[in-house]
Design a protein around this ligand. Structure first.
Ligand SMILES: NC(=O)c1ccc[n+]([C@@H]2O[C@H](COP(=O)([O-])OP(=O)(O)OC[C@H]3O[C@@H](n4cnc5c(N)ncnc54)[C@H](OP(=O)(O)O)[C@@H]3O)[C@@H](O)[C@H]2O)c1
Length: 329
């Protein structure tokens, strides 16, 4: 079993993203979500990812309700700094008092007395990063949180945060079609001994080959409707890249989803992909990618096939892009 160092923890190399169980990709199914969470722990997942944002607290509540009896079986990661605002919409707020308020709520929702890894979900450009991370450091000192991380930031912001309190993990999007991390944050993490947690490692289902027509397959309200790569102009062009991709998966003896995860694991031993699913079968399939090894030639062909030059459309729309400070190609 491949494992990864995550600050003071040692986790299996593929973690479980829990977002879609309550948020973002269609109507939640709490019964299947519960089965998926239990099955995930049974088969070896021991690193689970949630956030105050997901379902505006419902995802943390789900994990708390379903897994409170199994709390010692996994490293629990959650996030603050982005949540439901007074207008009912998503809000980024990294002021110390809000960090504290959201963290106190998270502990209750998660039915735990400590969160193992607590991320700042987004940098708040109106608040010095030192102030946001400074308050999170106080949560560590008070024993409410064990370690800290940060999400979707540049190397400069990561270094500034790390100077306030050692960062255990940087979480950002990374997959064949989202390579921004290769500009510098992957290397910065390696240099500083910080784990790189790769979110949306399946390119939000694109790399699984199962999403062929977003216009008809995705429910109303699915956040992928607002992402340029999934629109009617770009997606068919992106789909055309998957024929060759599928051929490489066949050659490697794995599924398309597993190929995406095996490619990530091969990119560095500090990388931990957290594929998201609310289905038992997908959770099993994805975890089994731990045992898929790719040849140098297969990795090279994948790199050349799907990358920032060959993919059509930016990963976020302009408004969402303004909320983050990751470097862009
Ligand atoms: N820090 C951040 O800002 C941030 C942003 C986004 C996500 N995340 C975290 O990263 C995790 C993963 O990212 P993600 O959920 O956005 O994207 P992802 O893991 O790339 O893809 C998830 C999508 O792929 C589908 N899927 C999963 N396994 C599959 C398989 N084997 N075959 C076919 N389809 C499969 C899922 O379907 P079902 O859900 O229907 O099973 C879902 O629609 C999230 O759960 C969340 O914890 C963090």
């Amino acid at each position: 079993m491949k494992t990864r160092k995550l600050g003071p923890f040692n986790v299996n190399a593929i973690g479980l993203g829990c977002m879609s169980m309550s948020h973002a990709y269609g109507t939640p199914d709490p019964v299947e979500a519960e089965l998926t969470l239990h099955k995930a722990l049974d088969i070896g997942y021991n690193f689970l990812d949630t956030a105050a944002l997901y379902g505006f607290g419902k995802n943390e509540q789900l994990l708390g309700r379903v897994l409170k009896g199994r709390r010692n079986e996994f490293v629990l990661a959650s996030k603050c700094g982005m949540f439901k605002g007074p207008d009912g919409k998503r809000q980024i707020d990294g002021r110390p008092e809000k960090i504290r308020e959201v963290a106190e709520g998270a502990l209750q929702r998660l039915q735990t007395d400590v969160i193992d890894l607590y991320y700042l979900h987004r940098r708040d450009f109106n608040v010095p990063i030192e102030d946001s991370i400074g308050e999170m450091k106080r949560l560590v000192e008070e024993g409410k949180v064990r370690t800290l991380g940060i999400s979707e930031v540049s190397s400069d912001t990561l270094r500034a945060a790390h100077a306030v309190h050692p960062m255990t993990a940087l979480q950002t999007e990374y997959s064949l079609w989202s390579r921004n991390a290769e500009i510098s944050v992957l290397q910065t993490c390696r240099e500083l001994g910080i784990a790189f947690v790769a979110f949306s490692p399946l390119a939000r289902a694109y790399l699984t080959g199962k999403l062929t027509d977003p216009g008809t397959q995705l429910e109303k309200g699915d956040i992928r409707h607002g992402m340029p790569r999934f629109n009617a102009d770009n997606y068919p062009l992106n789909l055309a890249l998957l024929d060759e991709y599928k051929a490489i998966a066949d050659e490697a003896g794995c599924t398309m989803a597993q190929l995406a995860l095996a490619w990530l694991l091969a990119k560095g031993d500090h990388i931990i992909p957290i594929p998201g699913t609310r289905h038992v079968a997908f959770a099993e399939e994805n975890f089994a990618a731990i045992d898929v090894d790719l040849s140098a030639d297969q990795i090279e062909r994948l790199d050349a096939l799907i990358n920032q030059q060959t993919v059509s459309g930016p990963r976020y729309n302009a408004a969402t892009q303004q909320e983050i400070d990751t470097e862009q190609f």
